[in-house]
Design a binder for this molecule. Structure first.
Ligand SMILES: Cc1ncc(COP(=O)(O)O)c(C=O)c1O
Length: 495
């Protein structure tokens, strides 16, 4: 809400975006209280012609169809054996009206079955942040594959990986999983076992993989509810989970004061509802309150590993009880890790019955398999290096500057947010402070158009927001090409 005085600074065409809530008498003044009806996206729509957008989107869909006849043919065939015509249902949520079938991928590029070539700024939503099929990882995979793939016994190389993880993240003990989802699930189980507490706490619009307890959100009144798309939960997450907005210290204090929360599961910077940075001092408060209330802190670095070789934890000297990470760790081969402190390790050992450890809820026959360990070692040793990060981050800066120059040229109330080697544009004038604000600013139709426009011109952005992940294999020319295409897209809407 805001008082009308501030509105005077806005141009007249914005007035329709305010809902008069009430008039309040303060002394001799009659103050009009307005609600900003999702101001950010509305300000943008003042000059965005929605009919034009719909028509432009239709044109792009036709163009997509025309340029992808083989993908279309394969999709029709796939529908006869795969549910939805895809191996994972959300693969049909991409901007095209059917999925692009890939022929091959290397570095920051891939080609599709129709012979179209793309600059890949999605990079498997971080799974291929290293660039596709990095040489060092491929070499290690080829060598290992001849020497055994999975055994349920360790090879010596796994110790190198454990020691390297200690060095990067500062936590002494490590375990392996196949996906970041599993790493989070296992850390949560350990936290509940150690503390004897039933609940966990997450932030509104977080995503930590398909971890059942995390599919919770706040409704308009701020009441926790199961997320609307939560498919067949075994238990309504309102019974397992507390949910609050990110950056709200008072809410955190209240939620943890009851002493029934085993762990807070958090990305250090939210990335799955757009990039939301922590306020200054927020991580100190999070750590102090979790410690004081006996709550364990799990930092999920699966996406924020984009900020440096030791993730946000190392670069910002965070002190989590657990750290989880998956996706790019083994150059795209399924592999994940979770690490924890000496205290956690000791407390866990005290509660653990070794006889039950194989069927106690923490497992995965293929976890720690020889192939993924070999891939992890090579990726950590030769790919996700300091040089990787300095190159990729410099390219991200160029990307951000390019997009910002277009936004400023067209005088749009949009922003670009950045984190390490990721960068994304948002159709609102100020950065959201939390997931609720970010979610309210989503413009699905505009997102779709921007994605499809770039896709049709050979650039793959990350769904389902306008995010670009940049690898050192991306070139300056790729980044500049994106700026050119972004400008054309903006011109088609506002020119
Ligand atoms: C922060 C975060 N943690 C965990 C996961 C789960 O990763 P996976 O799907 O590989 O298990 C994701 C997936 O997007 C994620 O963004």
């Amino acid at each position: 809400m805001m008082a009308c005085k501030c509105l005077a600074t806005l141009s007249k065409r914005h007035w329709a975006d305010f809902i008069l809530l009430k008039d309040v008498n303060v002394g001799k003044f009659n103050i009009h209280i307005f609600q900003l009806s999702n101001l950010q996206s509305k300000i943008m729509t003042q000059s965005l012609d929605r009919n034009k957008l719909s028509q432009l989107l239709k044109n792009e869909e036709q163009l997509f169809h025309k340029n992808h006849p083989k993908s279309y043919e394969l999709y029709q065939r796939a529908r006869k054996s795969l549910h939805g015509g895809v191996p994972m249902l959300w693969m049909i949520r991409w901007a095209g009206s059917f999925p692009v079938f890939v022929k091959e991928a290397k570095g920051a590029r891939f080609t599709d079955v129709d012979g179209n070539s793309y600059i890949d700024l999605c990079l498997g939503d971080t799974g291929a942040m290293t660039g596709h099929a990095p040489d060092a990882t491929v070499k290690a995979i080829k060598e290992q594959i001849e020497k055994g793939i999975t055994l349920m016994l360790p090879y010596e190389d796994v110790i190198w990986v454990g020691e390297e993880l200690q060095r990067r993240f500062g936590l002494p003990y490590w375990q392996f999983a196949l996906t970041a989802t599993d790493a989070n699930r296992f850390a949560l189980r350990m936290a509940r076992l150690i503390t004897g507490r039933p609940k966990i706490l997450v932030f509104n619009y977080c995503y930590h993989g398909t971890v059942d307890e995390t599919f919770i959100t706040l409704d308009e009144e701020g009441t926790p509810i199961s997320r609307p798309n939560n498919m067949g939960p075994q238990v309504n997450p309102i019974y397992t989970t507390k949910v609050i907005e990110f950056n709200d210290v008072a809410a955190l204090e209240t939620a943890l004061s009851a002493g029934d929360v085993a762990a807070v599961l958090a990305e250090p910077v939210m990335t799955n509802i757009g990039i939301i940075h922590p306020d200054a001092g927020y991580h100190d408060a999070l750590r102090e309150i979790t410690r004081r209330t006996g709550t364990l802190l799990i930092i999920d670095e699966t996406h924020t590993i984009c900020t440096g070789p030791g993730g946000y934890t190392a670069s910002h000297r965070l002190q989590p009880d657990f750290l989880t990470l998956g996706k790019p760790l083994a150059g795209g081969v399924p592999a994940a890790i979770y690490g924890f402190t000496e205290e956690v390790s000791r407390a866990f050992n005290e509660k653990l019955s070794l006889e039950d450890s194989d069927v106690g809820g923490i497992g995965g026959t293929l976890a720690g398999n020889a192939l993924s360990i070999a891939a992890m070692k090579a990726t950590l040793q030769h790919v996700l290096t300091d040089e990787f990060y300095s190159k990729a981050t410099a390219l991200q800066e160029r990307f951000t500057q390019g997009v910002e120059s277009v936004i400023s040229e067209f005088d749009l109330p949009w922003i670009v947010k950045r984190l390490g080697n990721r960068s994304e544009y948002w159709f609102r004038p100020a950065p959201p402070k939390n997931g609720g604000e970010a979610h309210a600013a989503i413009d699905a139709e505009l997102d779709r158009y921007m994605h499809l426009y770039t896709l049709n011109r050979g650039i793959l952005m990350t769904p389902f927001h306008n995010m670009a992940l940049i690898s050192p294999e991306t070139t300056q020319a790729d980044v500049d090409y994106h700026t050119k295409i972004f400008k054309e897209a903006v011109h088609s809407l506002f020119g």
